[in-house]
Every structure is written in structure tokens, then in C-alpha cells.
Design a protein around this ligand. Structure first.
Ligand code: GLU
Length: 478
């Protein structure tokens, strides 16, 4: 086989893409693209009790939406399929038989109650709870008898005793564990389905996976997997276990603390580019000594190296994500951004039928928001009718205000149009020519245009309304 890099993202579909999984998928993707290798999607759906309707479609959609295109997997084809574990049951069975024949696995017949009892006794004695390997002592005849009389059974891994398993993880470094502490893992369940461990090892081998990049929670399973690779006589892929994502209080980022699904973050108006950029920096940095934080996907591909992933947990800092998202929003192509913000404005009850105005509104509000769903709130002033209180009315009807309005009106009349830049100089001229300045100048103009005492920069406001609408508003207060 060539030494092309082949990595996989192997989720058990739950119906949504957890941010931790998004990052695992992203690291695999970046690693594959960096090395010109292949990124594979494998669906680990052997747990029948956890099946969720539509989960795979969701997953495929969200990966595509995030731009994490895979080279092989559901819908993409590939010559190592099927890519659904539920369609590979025959394969697992065959390899499990091989393990039995080679003496690396054995039948066990304990009932759930018996296992429970075993656990309780171990707990009472303060020992590690694990299968006590008792079925290893069954004679060949006893096994045969139980099988022919139809006793339910599982097949367990026969862990060799009194050894030490050592391996090197790219991120975690050297790890070692005594085999006496390793459970005789169930490989095939009584329903004939494989467990994660068996299916995972067989598939990673048959699919030619060269590097396993996955969450740290699987690190403790590696010794069992190594024993399986050894029993089959297969080469162990390289491994990289990426650290957990943590809340600021250092607890594991989980559903209980709020949203953790990628879909929810997109819905709230995080841009996918920002989310990817942010996730890439959770536990990784390019280490080139530069302070920058904003990276395009192509730059990430170029810079990414799995060796630079930190072994310490990565804190999910929502303020940083908000800041980064704001930066992306500020610098996004205005037409595309308008398209993305439109649904949020509509949902906020804003009439977006004048698309030219909508685009100017987006231009103005984008400097003030860190999420797209904040846009409608900031856009309201560009659509509301004036409603002033008595005090405000006094301000706009004062002598000086009238003077300001009249001069401003004639100056705007001479413009072809109001741009994002030419309104402020006009106000400066008005200041010079009338002698009215500061709050006395800006407040009445602001009130006349928006009915609000505070808000964005006046030049922006005038630009959003455009010449005709500004003149109309001034006519009302002249
Ligand atoms: N199906 C496992 C999960 O959902 C995959 C772990 C692995 O990548 O080996 O996390």
C-alpha cells in the first residue's frame, strides 16, 4: 500500500454535531488536506438502542455546510465501503471467528444479573470493577453444550495477563498500562452486533487508516485496541488523542451548560468561517510566533500540524468566539453578508423589500454586532417612525436647531447622493457657518433622523437613509 495519509471521522450519529466532534472532524480534515491525503466519514451505528431518525442526513448536511468535505463515505463513494458499520456485520463476525479460532477471544454466558452481582462484590471489597474472566475456565465441552442449548452469549477479548502495553500517542506521548488492569472487553454482543472496540479496529485496518485522530475519552481504550491489532497481526495506526473542550470553570463542555451543537451556533448567527477558525485554535496554534488569530481555511490547512496540538484541556471562551465572529462580520463581502442577515432581519419584523436600503443597513449595523441574530435590533432605527417626548421636541424646535436644519437641508440638496463618507464634512461646514457645535449640533440632527438620543455614527445613519429620505425627514422638522 502507498503511504498516503488516510484519516477518518467516525461519529455515532446522535442527531446533531457536538462542537467537540466538529473539532475532531476539523482536525482530521486539516490533517488530511495538509498531507494531500484522504478524509473519510464512517458512521458508527452499531448501537441499535441509540438510533435517531434522520441523524445521518443531518450529519452529512452539517459537514458539507461547514465545508468539511470528505473523500469517502455516505454519498461520496469510495472503495473501502460500506461506510456504515451496520452494513458490515458479516465482516465483524468473520474476524471475530478468527479471534476465537486463534485463542484470542472466548465465549461468555453470564446473565446481566450475574454480572451485576460480580460488580457489587468487587465494589464491596474495594476492588476495580471488571469482568473477573471466569468464563475462561469453561471447558470446550461446557461451551459446546451451552451453545447447543441456545444460551445467550457474548464474545470477549482474552487479554494476556502479566504484561505491559506501551504505546506512543502523538499528543499525549508515551503511555503504558499493565494488562492485568485491562478488562476482557466484550467484542460481540448477544444481539450479534459488535462493540465499538471490535468494529473500530477492524474498520480502521480494512479502510487503510494511517492516523487515528479522536477525542481524549478514547485514550483508555487504546490498550484493548492494540491487543486486537496484535491478535490479528495488523499494524497499529498512529494515534493522536485531542484534549477535551472545557467550560471556563474547567468542567467538561456539555449539553447541560447550554448549547453545544454546531447547528445551534450557526442558527444564532455565528459564521461558519469564524466557527471553524475558532475551533481550530481550541487546543492548537500554528506556533509561528505571530500573534494573529484570524486564519482562512486554506491558511489553516497550510499551517496545521497534529504535533502542535496541546495535551491540556482547551477552554471554550465564548467572548473570544464573539470577538472573532464580529471580526468576520466586519470584513465579510457585503452582498453575501446581506444574504446571510436577511432572514434575521425578516424574523425581527423588518421590511427588507428595498434591497438597496437593506444592504446599506447591513453595512451600518455590521460594525456593532458580534452575531447575525443581533442585526434586527440594531436595524430598527432605520425603519421606525419618529416619536419624541416633550423635552426632545423642545430640542428640535429651538432656534439654533432650525438654523442647523435649514443649512444642512440646502447643503444636502447639492449632493448627488449621500455616501458613507460625505455627510460628516457637511456637518463640519454647518458647524463653521452657524457657530453651533457639539451636542447642540449633533443631538437635534440625530433626533430628527432617528428619534433616538444615542446610536451609531451620524454619517452612517445618513448614508443608510439616503438623500431623499434624509431630506424628507428634515422637511418634517424645518
Ligand atoms: N464512534 C466514536 C464516537 O462517536 C468514534 C471514536 C473514534 O473515533 O474511534 O466518538
Amino acid at each position: 500500500m502507498s503511504n498516503e495519509v488516510r484519516v477518518r471521522f467516525a461519529p455515532s450519529p446522535t442527531g446533531y454535531l457536538h462542537l467537540g466532534s466538529l473539532r475532531t472532524a476539523l482536525f482530521n480534515y486539516l490533517f488530511a488536506r495538509h498531507h494531500g491525503g484522504k478524509f473519510i466519514l464512517r458512521i458508527e451505528d452499531t448501537d441499535q438502542s441509540r438510533k435517531v431518525e434522520g441523524a445521518v442526513e443531518n450529519l452529512v448536511n452539517i459537514l458539507n455546510e461547514m465545508g468539511l468535505n470528505y473523500d469517502e463515505g455516505p454519498g461520496a463513494g469510495g472503495k473501502f465501503g460500506p461506510y456504515f458499520q451496520s452494513e458490515r456485520l458479516e465482516i465483524y463476525k468473520k474476524y471475530c471467528d478468527e479471534l476465537l479460532a486463534g485463542g484470542h477471544a472466548y465465549y461468555a454466558f453470564e446473565t446481566a444479573e450475574e454480572l451485576d452481582e460480580m460488580r457489587k462484590v468487587q465494589q464491596m471489597q474495594g476492588r476495580q470493577t471488571m469482568y473477573d474472566r471466569r468464563a475462561r475456565n469453561l471447558s470446550e465441552n461446557e461451551v459446546k453444550e451451552k451453545l447447543t442449548s441456545g444460551n445467550p452469549y457474548v464474545i470477549r477479548l482474552k487479554v494476556p495477563l502479566d504484561e505491559e502495553i506501551r504505546f506512543t500517542d502523538i499528543i499525549r506521548g508515551n503511555v503504558k498500562i499493565e494488562t492485568n488492569l485491562i478488562d476482557d472487553q466484550v467484542l460481540l454482543k448477544s444481539d450479534g452486533y459488535p462493540t465499538y472496540h471490535l468494529a473500530n479496529v477492524i474498520d480502521d485496518h480494512l479502510m487503510g487508516i494511517t492516523h487515528i485522530i479522536r477525542g481524549e475519552e478514547w485514550l483508555t481504550s487504546v490498550p484493548k485496541h492494540i491487543l486486537l491489532y496484535r491478535a490479528f497481526g495488523w499494524e497499529v495506526p498512529q494515534m493522536a488523542h485531542v484534549p477535551l473542550i472545557l467550560n471556563p470553570d474547567k468542567t467538561k463542555l456539555s449539553k447541560r451548560q447550554g448549547d453545544v451543537s454546531t447547528e445551534d451556533f450557526l442558527k444564532k448567527g455565528y459564521l461558519k468561517e469564524a466557527l471553524l477558525n475558532f475551533m481550530a485554535l481550541l487546543g492548537w496554534n500554528p506556533g509561528d510566533g505571530e500573534e494573529r488569530e484570524i486564519f482562512t481555511k486554506d491558511e489553516l490547512i497550510k499551517l496545521f500540524s497534529i504535533e502542535r496540538v496541546n495535551s491540556a484541556g482547551a477552554v471554550f471562551n465564548i467572548e473570544k468566539l464573539n470577538w472573532m465572529n464580529g471580526e468576520y462580520i466586519k470584513n465579510y463581502d457585503i452582498d453575501e453578508l446581506t444574504g446571510l442577515i436577511l432572514p434575521y432581519l425578516n424574523a425581527g419584523g423588518i421590511d427588507t423589500s428595498d434591497i438597496a436600503k437593506t444592504k446599506r443597513v447591513v453595512y451600518a449595523v455590521r460594525n456593532y454586532i458580534s452575531r447575525l441574530d443581533e442585526a434586527a435590533e440594531h436595524a430598527k432605527i432605520y425603519y421606525s417612525k419618529l416619536s419624541l417626548n416633550e423635552e426632545q421636541k423642545d430640542i428640535i424646535t429651538s432656534e439654533t436647531s432650525k438654523k442647523v436644519f435649514a443649512l444642512l437641508y440646502s447643503k444636502i440638496g447639492q449632493l448627488t447622493e449621500i455616501t458613507a463618507e460625505n455627510f460628516k464634512p457637511l456637518l463640519n461646514e454647518v458647524q463653521k457657518e452657524t457657530g453651533v457645535k457639539g451636542k447642540n449640533l449633533f443631538m437635534p440632527v440625530r433626533l430628527a433622523l432617528t428619534g433616538e438620543e444615542h446610536g451609531p455614527e451620524l454619517g452612517l445613519i445618513a448614508y443608510v437613509f439616503g438623500k431623499q429620505e434624509v431630506l424628507k425627514k428634515l422637511e418634517e422638522v424645518l
